[in-house]
Design a protein around this ligand. Structure first.
Ligand code: FDA
Length: 302
């Protein structure tokens, strides 16, 4: 890592809002649902599906959770009305998981019921390790009652993930698999990038062989290559899995995936609560800040 990237990664949590906003613009559709619809329509036209997420997490009052649930219902209804090729992603802590697990379950259930009514789908994102058991428990209840309309996320940096896959072998399984973005203790999470990647492919193979629908969420070219190799080896048709990428990241890789005949969904976040999301993205890839800075200084011109 260059000195610049190291400095960005170390200090990003203290960088003021306007500066983060400048660097993070490309990762977020805008502040309103209309922005997310506009971006989704554009991506749909280019042959990509989307998943829309309203930004917000780790809330402190339960009425905030109810408000997020109402906004998420509006997303599902708007997707239906505007005939978008898209679905909904939510965060459990946004729905009050850390305040009241039972009420959080009820809010998420309300969303999944609506998704079932509209023929849509709700993806429950995975957050830090303090929420893993509760999130899987919620998913486990919902997948039995509403198969085809709910999925969750598993993280390949966690030691436990292969076992979690095996533990859910019975019944409907639908996972987004990603590396994982939170800073977890080494006793629970692999730190070596190669171990995280090997576990990713190990988990993917496990879930696909168990008959799960898998959403492969990565911008890592090696994992994209390994996935393409694996689905070919297993003889899977493209409707059994999809790739997923974040808005604003590596458009060339998008083209490669589509050109090879795979399906691709873009994660489209919107909202006013963009700061924690953007800080995580910049911490993850400080070179974005470097590119933006060069552009600002006119150093990127050919
Ligand atoms: P890696 O970080 O190695 O990046 C591979 C390449 O992509 C590098 O060249 C890197 O520079 C580039 N890149 C990666 N991230 C970038 C960025 N933000 N901007 C620009 N370039 C970037 N995590 C989680 O814990 N819970 C969740 O629910 C989700 N949900 C989710 C949905 C979707 C659709 C995606 C794509 C990712 C997530 N994640 C997530 C985040 C995920 O766990 C992981 O942190 C990031 O995807 C980065 O890991 P990569 O696999 O892309 O590899």
């Amino acid at each position: 890592m260059s000195l610049f990237n190291f400095a960005v990664a170390k200090t990003i949590m203290h960088v003021p809002r306007p500066i983060v906003s400048y660097f993070a613009k490309g990762y977020i559709a805008g502040s309103t649902l209309d922005d997310a619809v506009r971006v989704s329509k554009d991506l749909n036209r280019q042959g990509m599906m989307t998943t829309i997420d309203i930004l917000g997490e780790f809330i402190t009052q339960f009425d905030q959770a109810v408000s997020f649930k109402d906004q998420a219902l509006e997303i599902l209804q708007t997707i239906d009305r505007e005939q978008l090729d898209g679905n909904l992603s939510i965060k459990p802590t946004q729905m009050g998981l850390l305040l009241d697990k039972n009420r959080c379950f009820e809010l998420i259930q309300e969303l999944v019921v609506e998704a079932q009514k509209l023929g849509s789908f709700v993806r429950i994102d995975m957050e830090d390790i303090g929420t893993t058991d509760a999130t899987l428990e919620i998913f486990d209840h919902l997948r039995k009652e509403y198969p085809g309309h709910v999925g969750t996320v598993l993280q390949s940096y966690l030691h436990r993930t292969p076992q979690d896959i095996v533990d859910h072998v019975e019944g409907y399984q639908n996972y987004r698999l990603c590396k994982g973005i939170y800073v977890e203790p080494r006793l629970h999470a692999w730190k070596n990038p190669q171990a995280i990647n090997r576990n990713f492919i190990h988990c993917l193979e496990l879930m696909l062989k168990q008959g799960a629908y898998a959403a492969i969420a990565t911008h890592d070219e090696l994992l994209v290559y390994e996935t393409m190799h694996l689905v070919r080896k297993l003889g899977l048709s493209p409707d059994k899995y999809e790739f997923q990428m974040l808005l604003g990241v590596d458009e060339e890789l998008r083209e490669i995936i589509l050109k090879e005949g795979h399906r691709l969904r873009i994660y489209v976040p919107y909202g006013v609560d963009w700061l924690p999301y953007s800080r995580r993205r910049l911490k993850e890839n400080p070179s974005i800040a470097q590119h933006a800075l060069k552009q600002m200084l006119g150093l990127n011109k050919h």
